[in-house]
Write a protein that binds this ligand. Sequence first.
Ligand code: M6R
Length: 366
Amino acid sequence: EKGGYDHFMLKEIYEQPRSIRDCMRGRIYPNKGLVQLGGIKEYVEKLKNIDRIIIVACGTSWHAGLVGEYLIEEYARVSVEVEYASEFRYRNPIISEKDLVIAISQSGETADTMAAIELAKEKGATIFGICNVVGASIPRITHAGVYTHAGPEIGVASTKAFTAQVTVLTLMAFYIAQQRGTITQSKLIEYLTELDEVPALVERALKSNDQIKVIAEKFKDAANFLFLGRGSSFPVALEGALKLKEISYIHAEGYPAAEMKHGPIALIDENMPVVFIATKHSSYEKVVSNIQEVKARGGHVIAIVSEGDTIVRDLAEYVIEIPQTGEAFVPLLATIPLQLLSYHIAVMRGCNVDQPRNLAKSVTVE
Ligand code: M6R
């Protein structure tokens, strides 16, 4: 049932070229520059008139929401707020009929996310769901939604569900942009053509596995880890840290790289591994200077870089290359080595990777 893999988590990591492809199937037409999302098509008029999008979720799904915030704001030019469902529901949040709430949940059963939906519904908002489990509770209480079609995820640590959620949010960003006219047809053709390539690029990113094992061996006994990134790589850093925490029990924190100097930099010494997402995109130079700051304090730099990078290669102790891609698609690729890194570290530490202590696959209690 694990298809020859030692753990479900590893199987699910390796399924991602397929799960991302399945998630896009029948939804994108690159040569026509067209995105079709059947599940929400009845809300096209609504999408043209919304003032704001509020994304509610927990855990990894909340990280996907943060990636969605960057994508939707960038391409569809609608203001997005991302909220922990558990916080949102216990405030008296300001919501109106002009708001669209997007609830993200792999299981479709998370208690806090369900309660947040009920609250927003009472206040008249339109609710979309992004769920993986077909027919679960959340898809039944939302007005409309888009399934991720990642297939069953058995490992407690979310892997392929996360990349499928990010894929759906990417599709939604382009879909809303298309409806609101904030993207040109030629740009859409260009982006969708790139998106169509992503499953093949994920396949290539998985080839770093052996190299990542070497890095895992070197840092498996660390007591702490930092993960840093900017822009949409910031939520990827958060997700990298969560993955390591939950399956290897190593304390890890994700931060926007620029925030380092506002506190976490004090933690850096020769015992601190720092994982950077340093691909060649808009904030590359800034991340390079953050890497220099860590090095200057004796920290160990492990960097996820774009294929062919030479600058970071000279600075970092270890680099892991991911294929070149447009900025919008970096989260889908940069996540892969981080999943593998936490997987190997957890295995080397003798942890129960698929069923970490104290955790349940779906959190149906608040
Ligand atoms: O099923 P959901 O997406 O609603 O679950 C939300 C979180 O409980 C979940 O993402 C959790 O953080 C995972 N264990 C992370 O790997």
